[in-house]
Design a binder for this molecule. Structure first.
Ligand code: CAA
Length: 254
């Protein structure tokens, strides 16, 4: 367990907390290292929830104090490392939910966008304010925000650097819904997902992620191959037999 990032197993759900509240959970190299180490092995978890520690923030961005004196080469290395961690989060085989409990700015918004689903607390604030610091988003924001909300809306947000509150984030399609107790609701959603056939859930994610940007015809070939693969699992036999016998399925993840 690291100094700033910790994980807890809650049944089938892995709860990860970025916990550096004095700096609003800002991402310095150590935080990114610790997060990468946890993401490297999610064990038997069937879903993951990511949250920020403390009351105010999910993650208020990459750590400005650690960037202020960087030269070009150092900035490039920092962005490459940060992008790598965000990519690793996005590529996890299990569904991931960002429980955005406060500020998700800059690198925090970029981290949230790498999750499959984003739930927002009433106090959640999203944004890519990098231009206010004289830089551009460097952990994927110029790309994933376009994919999340569309080109024109993303351009407005990255050009102005303005904040987006929870309700607007939902209207934009950036967040799924606004929650009174965002962490509890994220865990409940993760548990709902975890009750399903775990291999099927992973393959749903694979089908969506691997085919992003593909032509529909190629994506449909991939989808039917993954559909067929399900029929090599015990869970497919169990799920369908349970339906026909009017009982609850007992999925083994096999
Ligand atoms: N990096 C480093 N420290 C940060 C931080 C960040 N991104 N965000 C907040 N902090 C620190 C503050 O410096 C402050 O520390 P001290 O108490 O030691 O002074 C502490 O967290 C609390 O912050 P504030 O006093 O500023 O709290 P506030 O409630 O007045 O404001 C806020 C909250 C609006 C989120 C404000 O902190 C803020 O604007 N933060 C920066 C947001 C930002 O610009 N993020 C983008 C970073 S660049 C980036 O992420 C690039 C990329 O894509 C890779």
């Amino acid at each position: 367990m690291g100094e700033f990032v910790r994980s807890e197993v809650r049944g089938a759900v892995l709860l990860i907390t970025i916990d550096r509240p004095k700096a609003l959970n800002a991402l310095n190299r150590q935080v990114l290292d610790e997060l990468a180490a946890i993401l490297a092995d999610v064990g038997d978890a069937r879903a993951l929830v990511l949250r920020g520690g403390g009351e105010k923030a999910f993650v208020a961005g990459a750590d400005i104090a650690s960037m202020v004196e960087m030269d070009t080469m150092q900035a490039h290395a920092f962005a490459a490392f940060g992008q790598g961690v965000v990519d690793r989060l996005e590529a996890l085989p299990i569904p991931t939910i960002a429980a955005v409990n406060g500020f998700a700015l800059g690198g925090g918004c970029e981290l949230a966008m790498a999750c499959d689903l984003i739930l927002a607390s009433r106090t959640a604030v999203f944004g890519q304010p990098e231009v206010k610091l004289g830089v551009i988003p460097g952990f994927g924001g110029t790309q994933r925000l376009v994919r999340a909300v569309g080109s024109q809306r993303a351009r407005e947000l990255v050009f102005t650097g303005r904040n987006v509150k929870a309700e607007e984030a939902v209207q934009l399609g950036l967040a799924l819904r606004v929650c009174d107790d965002v962490v509890a609701e994220a865990i409940a959603l993760a548990e709902q997902i975890a009750a399903n056939g775990p291999i099927a859930v992973r393959l749903c994610k694979r089908a969506i992620l691997d085919n992003d940007g593909q032509a529909l015809s190629a994506a449909l070939v991939s989808e039917r191959q993954l559909f067929a693969l399900c029929f090599a699992t015990v869970d497919q036999k169990e799920g369908m037999a349970a339906f026909l016998a009017r009982r609850k399925a007992e999925f083994l993840g096999a």
